[in-house]
Design a protein around this ligand. Structure first.
Ligand code: GTP
Ligand code: MG
Length: 455
């Protein structure tokens, strides 16, 4: 742990009613004394109204200051929280004064990193802080809050404790090999290992959806020119974001905005229409569309259903992976040239949805379909348990599971206690990576670099 005292603005920069500057570390209170030009009586956890001055004695701002004493603070250190007026000049001057008095600008997530290093939070909880800050939907907030409350940590710790319980018995047996005493029951070890694998498997089931819950899901609207892609894009966004016109080739660049469906964040993209054109700009737009089609999670392929569209889609659908493409017939308000069912037959897909982007018809069905096509089947568990492991936690749990597989193998071959102990220990160590009991400095740096400054 660095013994220095860190400072940062913990609210977003810019003009606001109030801004909060935090100071954490051994010098926090001494710095506060300096800011009010004299030793103050700082009753912990009490709000003090004070005038802060620069080193020339000139007032900088009237603020509310709260002191929390180590170890009873977020960071586990002496922590000063200053609520000042939300002017960037005030904040800048205050931070400058604090640095002039021995404070140092905090790195990303350094307050939370200190909280972790001082045992106030475990690693899964610290990661949940970042998730909670970036939560945009209720589901994201609920999962983050469950993890912050120790929900995931508790489940992993139970697994770890069961492993350690067996480890003790197996290791005692190693010490007593001379006497030929067996302190453990291989069948029981096997039964427990099997049970723990099931529990780990349950947690891992949430990993894919957990990744999507945190990262968001990319959905690209694709199709021939003039099919109504931009109209659909706007309708799903609920605002006139993209230019719509009856001239084919209106959209040239890729547009991207966020929408939320079922508690997940979707990055919805509008693209340039695909088709024959002599226009260099449109060609460039199309090559961006094709690249997006390859990389995206889900394609919504829009066809103008009011016309004899067969010739318009050519082999464009070939660039769409069948597994990740939803076909939509647009402009149903004008009457469909061919029904949705027949279209599905022609395209060789199970389902086609008919909509009217102009009249916002069929959009709920399409939203539901987008949700089904991307996360359905993986989310039930998350919604119920509010547990969604992230990639790092997933990797650690898989490592634990692999050790358990080797343990079961060893048991099957009647391996000696030394081997069993090795694998049980490996599984427990891997679990420890989730809660942060066994982590390296490099890993910590990677994790906390995801944070913003001031958290
Ligand atoms: N009647 C009707 N017209 C629509 C509908 N959706 C789009 N249009 C019209 O179709 C034309 C093309 O719409 P856009 O949304 O610009 O089509 P696009 O697929 O983005 O076209 P490009 O950007 O040129 O590839 C416009 O005149 C729209 O008003 C619909 O559901 N019903
Ligand atoms: Mg368009």
């Amino acid at each position: 742990m660095d013994g220095d005292t860190i400072v940062a603005l913990s609210t977003p920069p810019g003009e606001s009613g109030i801004a909060v500057v935090r100071i954490s570390g051994p010098e926090a209170v001494a710095i506060l004394d300096g800011l009010v030009s004299g030793a103050g009586v700082w009753t912990p956890n009490t709000v003090h109204k004070v005038t802060m001055r620069d080193r020339g004695g000139e007032p900088v701002d009237e603020v509310l200051a709260t002191v929390r004493r180590a170890p009873n603070s977020y960071t586990g250190e002496d922590l000063v929280e200053i609520s000042c007026h939300g002017s960037m000049q005030v904040v800048g001057d205050l931070i400058e004064e604090i640095i002039g008095r021995g404070g140092r600008t905090a790195g990303k997530g350094e307050f939370t990193k200190r909280a972790f290093l001082n045992g106030k939070l475990d690693l899964a909880q610290a990661e949940a802080v970042a998730d909670l800050i970036s939560a945009e939907t209720k589901l994201q907030r609920r999962v983050a809050l469950e993890h912050l409350g120790g929900g995931l940590s508790a489940k992993v710790r139970e697994i770890e404790e069961a492993l350690l319980g067996q480890l003790v018995l197996v290791e005692v047996s190693i010490d007593f090999t001379e006497e030929e005493i067996t302190t453990y029951d291989p069948a029981e070890v096997g039964r427990i290992a099997g049970d723990l694998r099931r529990r780990i498997g349950g947690l891992l089931e949430s990993e894919v959806a957990g990744g999507k819950l945190r990262r968001g899901i990319r959905v690209t609207i694709l199709g021939p020119r003039n099919a109504g892609k931009s109209s659909l894009y706007n309708a799903l966004l609920g605002e006139e974001r993209a230019i719509v016109s009856s001239i084919p080739g209106t959209t040239r660049d890729l547009l991207r905005e966020r929408i939320h469906i079922g508690g997940f964040t979707y990055y919805l993209e509008d693209t340039a229409g695909i088709g024959e054109t002599g226009c260099e700009i449109e060609e460039k737009g199309m090559s961006i569309s094709r690249k997006a089609a390859e990389e995206t999670d889900l394609i919504v392929f829009v066809i103008d259903g009011s016309i004899d569209w067969a010739g318009t889609i050519g082999d464009e659908t070939a660039i769409c992976g069948r597994g990740k493409t939803l076909f939509v017939l647009n402009k149903r308000d004008l009457g469909l040239h061919i029904s949705a069912e027949r279209t599905a037959g022609i395209l060789g897909v199970e389902r086609v949805v008919a909509i009217s982007a102009a009249n916002a018809e069929g959009l709920d069905e399409l939203r539901q379909w987008i949700y089904e096509g991307t996360v359905m089947g993986e989310t039930g568990e998350i919604a119920r348990e509010r547990i969604a492991v992230n990639a790092r936690q997933g990797a650690a749990l898989r490592e634990a599971d692999e050790a358990l597989v080797r343990l079961l193998d060893a048991l099957g071959q009647g391996a000696p206690a030394e081997i069993l102990s090795l694998e049980i220990r490996a599984a427990a160590e891997a679990c420890g990576k989730v809660t942060g009991r066994s982590v390296t400095d490099d890993l910590l740096d990677t994790i906390f670099s995801r944070f913003c400054i001031g958290k």
